[in-house]
Write a protein that binds this ligand. Sequence first.
Ligand SMILES: [Zn+2]
Length: 57
Amino acid sequence: MMLECPICDAAINVKNPQEGDIVTCKECDTEFELVQFDDEWDLLEVGEEDWEENEDL
Ligand SMILES: [Zn+2]
């Protein structure tokens, strides 16, 4: 499966995509988490600093 990097538009090749997988763009070295919406896959940038503030579920 090919996805497009939201940062630099480079193609990112993902084999056997799984929700929550981390992929890295080879062009801009940004890490993304794979998330699925219906049949579409999306890339969420990881490494943002407010991860640990979202634990009050
Ligand atoms: Zn990129």
